[in-house]
Ligand binder design. Structure first.
Ligand code: FAD
Length: 396
């Protein structure tokens, strides 16, 4: 069986390697990017200068050969011909398949504002984006990051590490509002401020200005922030155009059942491009699980269901982590050690932990994630829960 996987991000690469272990499978992995499969999550460490490109690569040529995966980099699929069971590349080559796995990921959103296409405006998604940022950072100067979510803050910290003067423009009152409550957000902004990163929030960008190259960011209050580099980190959109044009059922993502099958029985979708029973994911762990479940579904009964995921900010010296439902109607247990600059907020509903935010010290993250996932009654543990596992053990 010819199994073709399109998209060589984490989900596609995992699916290809698993599929190649099936008896009689002949697997081709096709990726639009020129690089060997790499760890997208680690791009921020590359930007910050903590690692070099070789450390990003997850599967080198030898590993792919050993796994019996034929890899075609720098190959963009432009069209799926479902009747002929063939893919057409952007340079008019044809690749036949018996079974197709789409792992197309997402694209970085661009704000639909004047100047968004000016040179010097970069989305933050892949290795070429980081290379562009690094080239721009060589000349130092001012950078503006639009969006104070996880990605925006990692971009800001990386560029600041590279010597740029960075301002983060964020539409909400505090950064990472999807993961953090207002207090943790304020502490985080203060700590990043101490590294020279300025926050302008709440503020909306209405235009990017410049002649031939971006020079400034115009805000809704009329201010213009000078910038020779603008990073837009304002969200992602699943890549669905290929599937839509092929007539597959598409919502926000490519719609699949729990076995990751699209509306075509020969085509599965996994990772960020998929919408599995109405759920789109934006983290690497569930994307990898989907890849495993999809290939398992080809020979046993693989299926995927959403579960609690955790998000952590990867900025050296700034530990922030959150998991579960932090906007929940719930009782909040908080602990704030101002002197140590540490804060934790735990959300409890019906005597069960449903969400957690840790700032400053994230060493107990695994403990809280486990409690959220298992949904066990807290009982006597509750009294000392915010102090961490050593103390709760004694209370339990
Ligand atoms: C800077 C950064 C930091 C992140 N940090 C974290 C983190 O700390 N924790 C976390 O869980 N997640 C993090 N993420 C998100 C994580 O990277 C994604 O969830 C994960 O990469 C999704 O994997 P995927 O394989 O579904 O998609 P992708 O990794 O996007 O891979 C899809 C691939 O498909 C290719 N492709 C698309 N269309 C075509 C086509 N027509 N033909 C051929 N190839 C095509 C793309 O070029 C891309 O290489 C981060 C993301 C970024 C950008």
């Amino acid at each position: 069986m010819r199994i073709v996987v399109v998209g060589a991000g984490p989900a596609g690469t995992r699916a290809a390697v698993r599929a190649a272990a099936l008896p009689d499978a002949q697997v081709t992995l096709i990726g639009a990017e020129a690089a060997l499969p790499y760890d997208r999550v680690a791009l921020s460490r590359l930007l910050a200068g903590e690692i070099e490109v070789p450390a990003l690569i997850t599967h080198d040529a030898m590993a792919l050969r050993a796994a019996r995966v034929a890899y075609r980099p720098a190959t963009r699929i432009a069209r799926i011909d479902r009747d002929a069971r063939a893919l057409h590349t952007s340079d008019d080559a044809t690749i036949a398949y018996d079974h197709l796995v789409l792992a197309l990921g997402s694209e970085a959103l661009r704000l639909p504002i004047p100047g968004a296409d000016l040179p010097g405006v970069i989305g933050y998604r892949d290795l070429p984006d980081v290379r562009r940022m690094l080239r721009m950072a060589e000349g130092r100067g001012q950078a503006v990051v639009i969006g104070g979510g996880l990605l925006g803050l990692e971009a800001a910290a990386g560029l600041a590490n590279r010597g740029m003067k960075v301002t983060v423009v964020h539409a909400v009152d505090w950064p990472m509002e999807r993961q953090l409550d207002a207090r943790a957000g304020a502490l985080l902004a203060r700590r990043m401020g101490a590294r020279g990163i300025r926050f302008v929030m709440p503020a909306r960008t209405v235009a990017l200005e410049g002649e031939g190259h971006v020079q400034g960011v115009r805000l809704d209050d009329g201010r213009v922030l000078p910038a020779r580099l603008v990073v837009m980190a304002v969200g992602i959109r699943p890549n669905v155009a290929l599937a839509r044009e092929a007539g597959l059922d598409v919502g926000r993502g490519i719609r699949t059942d729990a076995r990751l099958f699209s509306s075509d029985g020969r085509i599965q979708a996994v990772g960020e491009c998929a919408e599995v029973n109405g759920v789109c994911v934006g983290l690497v762990a569930p994307a990898l699980e989907q890849a495993e479940a999809a290939i398992a579904a080809l020979h046993t009964n693989g299926a995927w269901a959403p579960r609690t995921d955790a998000a952590a900010l990867k900025v050296n010296g700034t530990d922030v982590w959150s998991a579960g439902d932090i906007g929940a109607e719930a009782e909040a247990l908080t602990l704030h050690d101002e002197a140590a600059d540490q804060y934790r907020r735990l959300l409890v509903r019906n005597d069960r932990l449903v969400g957690a935010v840790l700032y400053g010290d994230t060493r107990d993250a695994g403990f809280y994630l486990d409690l959220i996932k298992r949904g066990v009654p807290l009982g006597r543990m509750r009294a000392a829960l915010a102090l961490g596992p050593q103390f709760t053990d004694q209370a339990a």
